[in-house]
Write a protein that binds this ligand. Structure first.
Ligand SMILES: NC(=O)c1ccc[n+]([C@@H]2O[C@H](COP(=O)([O-])OP(=O)(O)OC[C@H]3O[C@@H](n4cnc5c(N)ncnc54)[C@H](OP(=O)(O)O)[C@@H]3O)[C@@H](O)[C@H]2O)c1
Length: 82
């Protein structure tokens, strides 16, 4: 499964505690806002994530992942999933 992650907050840190052990999952891309660019670049380097975005619409244009893991505030879940 190729995954794109939306969000780089607290729960993403927890996700990275174990996801590297799941060999069938590859994290291809990550997105948050420009406020988090330093954190995004750090996660990208540490976990070998190919693409970093600060715009969710641009992130969705990437065809290299088939699944999105939403780690954003609850009020964005429906809009982003839709
Ligand atoms: N924390 C927990 O213990 C916990 C446990 C279970 C479930 N959850 C769930 O996990 C989800 C995320 O929680 P969290 O604690 O990780 O929240 P958080 O630390 O506040 O992180 C939220 C992330 O969403 C990003 N974000 C906000 N608006 C965005 C947008 N328009 N486009 C792209 N990214 C955007 C934020 O980026 P910026 O910083 O750049 O705004 C940030 O990286 C929530 O649904 C929460 O209920 C959390």
């Amino acid at each position: 499964m190729k995954v794109g992650i939306a969000g780089s907050g607290l729960i993403v840190d927890t996700l990275f505690d174990f996801i590297g052990n799941l060999k069938q999952i590859e994290i291809v891309a990550i997105v948050a806002t420009s406020r988090s660019i330093d954190k995004l670049n750090k996660l990208s380097k540490e976990h070998d994530i190919k693409y970093v975005y600060t715009d969710y619409r641009l992130f969705l244009e990437n065809k290299e992942f088939d699944t999105v893991y939403l780690d954003v505030p609850n009020h964005l879940h429906y809009l982003m999933a839709k």
